[in-house]
Design a protein around this ligand. Structure first.
Ligand SMILES: [Zn+2]
Length: 242
């Protein structure tokens, strides 16, 4: 923890976070954690403090903005600092970097970070940006996986869409179109595989008959255990994704 004195005489503490990956010094004013400053390798504590001092106009403006629009407490706590995408085995560090822009740009660095830059003081806006990103990433990952599982099982489908359903992980229409939930990205790979196979089996059996479950069991012998484990999983997901 370090301290700086603002032009109006107020003292402000800030937290320094050393990051081996960071290329530049950066700061964010977090609604609950205060001012966070990132120290990249090769930058001395003294140089970092000088830089923080030089950023006073930005800090003062950001403090003012925060005071005018205090974020709702519940919404703030639901913004993730980590995003565990069990489906792909990624545990992304989520970084919020404020800037003067009104929109939010999202930068994804594979297996490492998700950086939101722009109007990040608005939690609802951040959640929306995260959801949008999750959907586009799910579109890439889940449709690819569905293609693979279809090839492997010899089951055919027509089209695959990614949606944000509130109560179901997937669905299959009589025409063989499969809808998958973007939230599957947060589930373990074996659960995701089960959901894909479940929906693919519906292209053959449009019901939950004995024949349907026998077909599922042929591909996922342990499907009963997975089905039971998945009960209530939707309600246990982090708030921002629900
Ligand atoms: Zn079903």
């Amino acid at each position: 923890m370090a301290r700086l004195t603002l032009a109006d005489g107020r003292a402000l503490d800030y937290q320094v976070r050393q990051s081996a990956r960071a290329k530049y010094m950066r700061m964010q004013l977090h609604p609950t954690h205060g001012l966070l400053v990132t120290q990249p390798p090769g930058v001395s504590a003294r140089a970092l403090h000088q830089w923080v001092l030089s950023q006073q106009p930005w800090i003062t403006a950001a403090l003012q903005k925060l005071a005018q629009h205090p974020p709702p407490a519940a919404a703030v706590s639901t913004l993730p600092e980590r995003l565990a995408l069990l489906a792909t085995g990624e545990n992304l560090h989520v970084i919020y970097t404020p800037s003067a822009r009104k929109s939010i740009t999202l930068h994804y660095l594979e297996h490492a970070t998700l950086t939101l830059t722009g109007a990040v003081s608005d939690p609802a806006h951040c959640q929306q940006a995260l959801r949008q990103w999750l959907r586009s990433y799910a579109q890439v990952h889940l449709s690819k996986q569905l293609r693979q599982v279809a090839a492997e099982t010899g089951l055919h489908y027509v089209n695959c869409r990614i949606k944000g359903q509130q109560t179901r992980w997937g669905s299959c229409s009589a025409r063989g179109n499969i809808n998958l939930n973007e939230k599957l990205m947060l589930l373990p790979p074996e659960w995701v595989r089960y959901v894909l196979i479940h929906e693919l089996c519906h292209t053959v059996e449009m019901n939950h008959s004995k024949r349907f479950w026998a077909l599922v069991a042929g591909f996922v012998p342990e499907y009963k255990a997975i089905h039971a484990q998945m009960k209530g999983a939707m309600g246990q997901l982090p708030g921002w994704v629900r």
